[in-house]
Ligand binder design. Structure first.
Ligand code: GUN
Length: 296
């Protein structure tokens, strides 16, 4: 089968242009330039890269941004008070705390301290709860990016069987919810598979859409995929590669070379879901600046 690429890089560039022109409009009419802040703890390579991309994207769309750094021995108290400060700062419209955090810090406590009206990551239980019943809210960036990618390519979803591999709070659970919602993209029959699922291969074989988000390099192989399926690869594992200057390469959860020929559409890694995730954060920050998402 002649497969088509779901080109997240290209679509994200288009969306960035749309956001940039919206920002220009706002500023031209005397409004405030949206401002995203990011808290980064420690020096994890992946987190450094992600936060740098977020800051760069802010520049590209005309947002103000600030990066607040802490060493990995930061105390929970220090982090909580940095969050309190951002919650109160009228200059900052939205902010994120880059995850994962060091073991001695209670991640859930950090997430819940963020004012949900500035929670552009959509991780606060208020946003998660509102998302699950289809109320206006901040939707976390990766699931929102996936949905936007499906929308822009006009992928049919109504009545389709969507199999989600992985049940994380930031991808698996929310994308499963979104794909089941009574809307487009959505209206799918959704199955969530995880490490304890029995008959996973057979379940995948019945999928019209597979969203692989387990963080297990090249997990999805050709024997698991039906002809004509749409495959979305959320994996971004750093696999050591001595032929690269960086010393690693990003590897998805899908064995691309053998799965792609079976697909109608498939996302590449890199250049698929990754850029869509970053641009979704920009969409959320734009919304945060508009201050009309919640009625309080
Ligand atoms: N770590 C991995 N993905 C994300 C994300 O979307 N937001 C934050 N804050 N941390 C992450």
């Amino acid at each position: 089968m002649e497969y088509k690429i779901l080109d997240g890089k290209k679509i994200s560039e288009e969306i960035k242009k749309e956001i940039a022109s919206e920002v220009e409009n706002i500023v031209r009419n005397g409004g405030k330039r949206p401002h995203l802040a990011a808290i980064l703890v420690g020096h994890d390579g992946g987190s450094e890269t992600y936060v740098a991309s977020k800051v760069k994207s802010c520049e590209e769309v005309g947002f103000a941004s600030s990066l607040i750094r802490f060493e990995s021995d930061v105390t929970e108290e220090q982090l909580l008070s940095a969050i309190d400060k951002l919650n109160k700062d009228p200059e900052v419209d939205g902010f994120i705390v880059q995850l994962p955090l060091p073991k001695h810090i209670d991640e859930q406590k950090i997430i819940e301290r963020v004012d949900y009206r500035k929670d552009v990551d959509g991780f606060h239980p208020i946003n998660v709860g509102r998302m699950s019943i289809g109320l206006p809210c901040f939707i976390s960036a990766t699931p929102q990016g996936i949905v936007e990618l499906l929308r822009r390519y006009e992928i049919p979803t109504s009545g389709k069987h969507c199999v989600v591999l992985g049940r994380s709070n930031i991808v698996g659970k929310p994308i499963a919810q979104l794909m089941s919602h009574k809307t487009y993209p959505g209206d799918c029959t959704v199955t969530i598979c995880h490490s304890r699922t029995q008959g996973l291969k057979e379940i995948c074989q019945t999928a019209d859409i597979i969203i692989a988000a387990l963080g297990s390099p090249e997990f999805l192989t050709k024997d698991m995929v039906k002809e004509g399926a749409v495959v979305v690869d959320v994996g971004t594992t750093r696999v050591p590669d001595t032929t690269r200057k960086s010393g690693f390469r990003l590897t998805g959860d899908v064995k691309f070379e053998e799965v792609a020929p079976l697909c109608s559409y498939i996302t590449p890694v890199p250049g698929g879901v990754g850029p869509m995730t970053i641009v979704s954060l920009m969409m959320n920050t734009l919304k945060a600046g508009q201050k009309n998402l919640f009625n309080d």
